[in-house]
Ligand binder design. Sequence first.
Ligand SMILES: [Zn+2]
Length: 103
Amino acid sequence: MKIRKNDTVLVIAGKDKGKRGKVRFAYPKRERVLVEGVNFIKKHSRARGAVRQAGIIEREAPIHVSDVMLLCSKCNHPARVGFRSLADGRKVRFCCSCGEVID
Ligand SMILES: [Zn+2]
């Protein structure tokens, strides 16, 4: 997946469009990411034992990877991400606007 944990991303679609945040979790199978401070939902929960309290809990929900863009730490732009193979066979991501290798 193009977006990974600990990436800083810019939200480009949805109600939180324009926000930026750090990726807390990535769900490659579902092609979703959980971004800090983005896409809060209200969850209604019922008490279950002593651990969970009843009421409405606000928490972040994962959003689709296509709704975010990676913020390049080098050129500080929302970047399209490409993949490139290094001489040692490793596959790395790179920023399509400045060409810098991301990881
Ligand atoms: Zn860049």
